[in-house]
Design a protein around this ligand. Structure first.
Ligand code: SAM
Length: 286
């Protein structure tokens, strides 16, 4: 169907199907015609590629992905949208809709069965109530995915892409940087959605390496140390790590020395290389 981002077209199709928006499912559909083509292009949708989308809505981004890539699999939890998508995406034969909760789908199996031999990327306007769980689930597995290009609330975009060692950085940024190289792509105003949310959004892109760099410590050690450090972010790292790792201060001093960090450092000042050094030293002590 043409003009899927046109507000009258969307209102018409939703009314005909008796659809009402679910706030609980984060249903804010895009009505700005420039956003989806831009997202699809920056999200690797191109010949030869397989794309995974999370949350189809009325299919506005799904259609842009299907126009450019070989195949699109879209995971959508709301079964009320299925008859709508049958109508709006009728012209495409390279789209499969999986009516499930993205947090419960076996993504390894899905990629193996649907995209054998193809490079795969994720491109989605995420439901905001589960932004971080979705991103972490996609990163942690790890999955054979080259890139995640996702729309999230602007504040979350700033936090997720903030480099460790900068003021906006938090535990989620350190986790994202452990697995990928994130970047902010562009902002999207709240008026670009139906219904309009209370805040603006932004599109970010996370590029994933085929393998993690050789200096990467085991994720269990890295995440324990990062969580402990940010658990009490106003305290010095000496106090935060001592409390969060249940360690004597002398032990923490050894960790800090291994990463060449002064005792007065706070979590937000620690760079990725220093978190890795702390985690490696912590791992050796166990
Ligand atoms: N892609 C559409 C667009 O840009 O207009 C819709 C985006 S809307 C922000 C989020 C979509 O995710 C909704 O269609 C919602 O039903 C779906 N959704 C919410 N929770 C989900 C979950 N746990 N698993 C899969 N889809 C989900």
């Amino acid at each position: 169907m043409e003009n899927l981002s046109n507000i009258s077209v969307i209102r018409d199709v939703l009314t005909r199907h008796g659809f009402s928006f679910s706030k609980g499912l984060g249903q804010n559909f895009l009505i700005n015609p420039t956003v989806c083509p831009r997202m699809a292009e920056s999200g690797n949708a191109q010949p030869g590629w397989g794309m995974i989308e999370i949350g189809a809505g009325v299919g506005v981004l799904t259609a842009e992905l299907a126009r450019r890539a070989d195949k699109v699999v879209c995971i959508e939890i709301d079964s009320r949208l299925l008859p709508i998508l049958d109508e709006t995406l009728a012209e495409f034969d390279n789209i499969k809709i999986v009516n499930e909760d993205v947090l419960k789908v076996d993504l390894h199996k899905l990629i193996r069965e649907e995209f054998a031999g193809m490079p795969v990327a994720v491109c989605a306007n995420l439901p905001y109530y589960i932004t971080s769980p979705i991103i972490m689930r996609l990163l942690e597995q790890p999955l054979p995915i080259r890139a995640l290009t996702v729309m999230v609330q602007k504040e979350a975009a700033v936090r997720i892409t903030a480099a460790p060692g900068t003021r906006e950085c938090g535990a989620i940024s350190a986790a994202v940087w452990y697995y990928s190289t994130p970047q902010m792509l562009f902002s999207v105003s709240r008026g670009s959605f139906l219904p309009a949310p209370a805040v603006d959004s932004a599109v970010i892109r996370l590029d994933l390496p085929e393998e993690l760099p050789p200096d990467t410590p085991p994720k269990e050690d890295f995440f324990r140390v990062v969580r402990a450090g940010f658990g009490q972010r106003r305290k010095t790292l000496l106090n935060a790590l001592s409390a969060g790792l249940c360690m004597e201060k002398d032990g923490v001093r050894q960790l800090l020395a291994a990463a060449a960090l002064p005792e007065t450092t706070r979590a937000e000042q620690v760079t990725l290389a220093q978190w890795k050094a702390l985690a490696a030293a912590y791992g050796k002590m166990q």
